[in-house]
Ligand binder design. Structure first.
Ligand code: SAM
Length: 190
C-alpha cells in the first residue's frame, strides 16, 4: 500500500472499507446448489466484489450472472481449479471463518483497515491446510451453524448493510414499501 503525502494514485482514501472477495471451498456441484447459490447471493447483496468457487460450477456462475444483469453491480462467481493459489495470491489478509477460531470482535480491528480482504468459508469438509494458510481463523460464535450466516455477520460488521440505492447497470430496482411488493424497471431487457 502506498504511504506518505504525495497523493499517489494507489493510496486509498482514509476510512474506505476493504474490497472483499469470498472463497468458497468444498462446493459439491449438483449436491448443494441452493446453499452455495445463497452464499453467493448474500456475498453480492452485502457488498463483496466476487466469489471464487472451488471446484468450479459453470451453471452456478451463469445463474449469478443473470442476477447481476437484473439487479446490477459487477459481482461475479469465478470458478477456480486450485483454492490454495487464490489464498496465496490474495492482496490482503485472508480470514477463514470457522467455529474453532478467535472471536470476530477480537479480529475486527485488524481487518477493518485493510484495503483488500479474502474471506474463506468451508462446506461439509474443510481442508486442514486452510487453518495454517489463513492469516486469521475467525469464529462468529463458537457454535456450529452455516457459512451463509457467518459470512453475513462478518460482512455486516466490516462493510455495514447497504442502503436501498440500486446497483449500477441493473434492469430492476425495488421500491421500498411498508407493505406489498413494488419493483421498477429502470432499463429495458436487451
Ligand atoms: N464440518 C466442517 C468443519 O469441520 O469445520 C464445518 C461445516 S459448516 C456447515 C460449513 C462452514 O460454515 C464452515 O466451514 C465455516 O466456514 C462456516 N461456519 C459454521 N459455523 C461457524 C461459526 N460458528 N463461525 C464461523 N464460521 C462458521
Amino acid at each position: 500500500m502506498a504511504t506518505g503525502s504525495s497523493g499517489s494514485r494507489r493510496k486509498r482514501p482514509r476510512n474506505r472499507p476493504p474490497r472483499v472477495s469470498v472463497l468458497r471451498v468444498g462446493h459439491r456441484a449438483g449436491r448443494d446448489p441452493r446453499l452455495t447459490t445463497h452464499l453467493a447471493l448474500a456475498a453480492r447483496a452485502l457488498g463483496a466484489e466476487r466469489m471464487f468457487l472451488h471446484p468450479a460450477d459453470p451453471d452456478l456462475s451463469a445463474r449469478l450472472a443473470e442476477v447481476v444483469a437484473d439487479w446490477g453491480g459487477t459481482f461475479e462467481v469465478v470458478g477456480v481449479p486450485d483454492w490454495k493459489s487464490v489464498v496465496r495470491a490474495a492482496p490482503g489478509p485472508v480470514v477463514h471463518l470457522t467455529m474453532y477460531g478467535l472471536p470476530l470482535d477480537r479480529v475486527l480491528p485488524r481487518i477493518r483497515g485493510a484495503s483488500d480482504l479474502l474471506v474463506v468459508v468451508g462446506g461439509a469438509k474443510v481442508p486442514p491446510d486452510l487453518y495454517r494458510l489463513a492469516d486469521a481463523n475467525v469464529a462468529v460464535s463458537h457454535q456450529p451453524h452455516s457459512e451463509v450466516a457467518a459470512l453475513a455477520v462478518l460482512l455486516d460488521r466490516v462493510l455495514g448493510v447497504p442502503g436501498p440505492g440500486r446497483l449500477a447497470g441493473g434492469r430492476l430496482a425495488v421500491v421500498p414499501r411498508a407493505r406489498g411488493k413494488k419493483v421498477r424497471e429502470v432499463r429495458r431487457s436487451r
